[in-house]
Ligand binder design. Sequence first.
Ligand code: EPZ
Length: 435
Amino acid sequence: MDKFRIRGGCRLSGSISISGAKNSALPCMVASILTPETITLKNIPYVRDIITMRRLLEDIGATVLTPELRTYSISASRVEVLRAPYELVKTMRASVLALGPLLARFGKARVALPGGCAIGTRPIDLHLAGFERLGAEVWLESGDVVARAPASGRLIGAEIGFDKITVTGTENLMMAATLARGETTIHNAAREPEIADLAELLNKMGARVRGAGTPTIEIEGVEALGSAEHAIIPDRIETGSFLVAAAITNGELEITNCCPRHCAAVIEKLRETGVEIEELNQSTLHVRRAANGLTASDLTTKEHPGFPTDMQAQYMALMTQADGRSVIAETIFDNRFMHASELRRMGAKIRIDREKAIVAGPTRLTGARLLASDLRASASLVLAGLAAEGETIIDRVYHIDRGYEKIETKLGAAGGDIERIRESVTSPLSTGAKS
Ligand code: EPZ
């Protein structure tokens, strides 16, 4: 399994270009199941989860072509298998997004129930309750969720209210409702930019989705959906990660091909801590640390438009270099502080008190041998390694390959001293555990 070797102390400089958003590309790819016609998606990131989703689509019988880099042409005209197997679901939870489109178009679906996850329990009960609201029969069989539409073969529009905001739950039900008979309203829906991006694609396919990006989404079902072409939005979490990379190395970066509007909460929080961020235009940010250093500031993760949980680990790494005590409250997932113990191995002062992490800074970080546990935790270890004295080795970087496109190449081009150590002959994007 590949590792990263990082020698800290280099100030990043120059510019880094942002890739397409993994968490938008995945639902947009699976939306292709809703139509027999071809969907063309542009700005697809070259990350391992995309390859897993491609495999899922090909396993059910879809054809996936890449006419050019970062462009996927997907045709689900000859779907033969209505199933997402455990082998795939265990490597990528987002495979559950196949449930909605398969059920809506073919009237039945079988998807392995995802197991536990490094960052929390993560049940899909809200997804399943939503499908039942749309008239489906849903049951568990040999570890799989099986769902069947009413006798007419078509789901029936309904009112769906989520007790808790769920991103993929909103996406799954929104996709299923596009082919249902009648009107569906989703209340307390997730408002992440990826939801609005998916809705934009669905409407290009001929769906009637209104209100995506707000707490109430209305979908008027149609008989069938058609072909479309769509460019995936930039990755706001990759953007946030590189903003922190510039600040933690006391460097100066220009971040291009990003969408500042989608990163508002992260930008506002980083500015509070003394990071100077300037919006040069609608797709470019300039970032550097203020002359008088970083100041500790408390954080609470929230659903969008609040501060994203996917940036919590990276923020914690930054707070180890800030002046003072910061309290970081994780409100979305119940086990998302795995990176704290690894940062402590580098000398960070972090105490965990249930859903809160208390960070005292600034502390001098020294390089160490570290173990990545999930996608965003591994990003925070890379950032800490760049700020530390000496050499850091990070094991299990397959976690980071799931959601960051060639992070070592991008950081290397901006002056970071980071290299990938290949330990096996398998492809650089070798398979591994889920995040
Ligand atoms: C999406 O996961 C993202 N993944 C996650 O990003 C992200 O952390 C998360 O949203 C929150 O922003 C993708 O988009 C592929 P949720 P998702 O359903 O949809 C509970 C990354 O690093 N819940 O919004 O799985 C759940 O346990 C990944 O890129 C239920 O209780 O998250 C959690 O506590 C990691 N029942 C909360 O809701 C349900 O049926 C929010 O989860 C569904 C969720």
